[in-house]
Design a protein. Structure first.
Length: 285
C-alpha cells in the first residue's frame, strides 16, 4: 500500500473493532492485552524472518524500540484497568486526549512544531468528541484510580506515537512493529505474572476472539498505522485516531444494536471536520 491516508483509515477501522471484541470476551483485561500482543508477534516474526525483512537496529534505535514496546504495552494495560475501574466512556474520553499530549510533546521536545491548523483542528475535534459523548459525562468524571489510569493511557499512547516516529525514520514499519510487539509481549507477561492473571483455561470461542484481536486489531491495524506515521506528521496521525470513537459507535450500532442519536451524528461530523482542518495546509502546498 502506497497511500498513507488510506493505510491510516483502514488501520483506524481495524482498531475500532477492538472494543466490540472486548465486550464479547470474558477475559481479564491484562490477559487480553498480553494475548493481543503475543499472537500478533508470533505471526509476524516467522513471516519477517522468512522474507528477510527483519532489519537490525543500532544501539540508540534499539533502546527507543524497547521504550516503544513498554509504552504500548503500558497503554493497553492501564486502558483496560481504567475501563474496569470506571466506565468505557470515561476511559475512552481520557485516552483520546492523546493528540493534545502529542502536540505538547512536539512543541517542547521536537524541532518540527505543530502548526496553527493542528491546534485549531484539535480544539474542534475535542469539542466534537464532547458533543458525541455528551457534555453531561463531564459532570460524572470521578478523580479516582480509573481517572488517573485513563490519563496515563493517553500519555503512554502519545509517547509511543512520538517515539515510533523516530524509529520509523530508521527502519521499515514491519521490522519496527515486530520488535515492538515482542517487547510488549514480554513486558505484559511479566505484568500478568505479578498480578496473577490467567494464561489459559479459556473456551474455544474466547481463543478465537483473542486471535482476531491479535491479527486484526494489532498486527494489521498497527502495521498500517505505523506506515502512515512514517509518511505523515505524528500529530496528524494522533488526531486522526479520534475518529476511532465515531467508527466504534457505528460498529456497535450495527452489531450490538446500540443507539445512534442525532447528537452523536453531529459530534462525529465535528470530529471529522476538526481532523480535516489539520490537513488543510498540506493540500495547499
Amino acid at each position: 500500500m502506497k497511500n498513507p491516508r488510506l493505510a491510516l483509515l483502514i488501520g483506524i477501522f481495524c482498531i475500532s473493532v477492538f472494543p466490540i471484541l472486548v465486550k464479547w470476551t470474558p477475559v481479564s483485561g491484562l490477559s487480553s492485552a498480553f494475548y493481543r500482543m503475543t499472537i500478533a508477534a508470533a505471526v509476524a516474526l516467522p513471516i519477517v524472518l522468512l522474507r528477510k525483512k527483519l532489519e537490525m537496529p543500532n544501539r540508540k534505535t534499539a533502546l527507543i524500540i524497547l521504550l516503544c514496546g513498554i509504552c504500548f504495552g503500558s497503554d493497553i494495560a492501564v486502558w483496560n484497568i481504567a475501563i474496569q475501574q470506571s466506565s468505557a466512556t470515561q476511559a475512552t474520553l481520557l485516552t483520546n486526549l492523546a493528540p493534545v499530549w502529542v502536540g505538547l510533546g512536539m512543541y517542547f521536545f521536537l524541532p518540527n512544531k505543530p502548526n496553527r491548523n493542528f491546534w485549531i483542528g484539535a480544539c474542534v475535534a475535542v469539542i466534537g468528541m464532547i458533543v458525541l459523548i455528551g457534555y453531561e459525562t463531564f459532570y460524572q468524571l470521578k478523580f479516582d484510580i480509573g481517572f488517573i489510569f485513563g490519563i496515563l493511557s493517553g500519555v503512554f499512547y502519545a509517547t509511543y506515537i512520538l517515539l515510533s516516529k523516530y524509529v520509523l525514520n530508521q527502519m521499515p514499519p514491519i521490522s519496527f512493529m515486530t520488535y515492538s510487539m515482542l517487547v510488549s509481549s514480554v513486558f505484559l507477561a511479566i505484568i500478568c505474572l505479578i498480578f496473577e492473571q490467567p494464561f489459559y483455561g479459556f473456551s474455544t470461542t474466547v481463543w478465537s476472539v483473542l486471535f482476531v484481536q491479535g491479527i486484526l486489531c494489532q498486527l494489521i491495524a498497527w502495521t498500517l498505522i505505523s506506515f502512515a506515521t512514517q509518511k505523515m506528521e505524528a500529530n496528524r496521525v494522533s488526531l486522526s485516531l479520534l475518529s476511532q470513537v465515531l467508527i466504534t459507535s457505528v460498529i456497535a450500532w450495527l452489531f450490538l444494536k446500540e443507539t445512534i442519536t442525532l447528537q452523536m451524528i453531529i459530534g462525529g461530523i465535528i470530529i471529522l471536520f476538526g481532523i480535516r482542518i489539520t490537513f488543510y495546509k498540506s493540500e495547499r502546498t
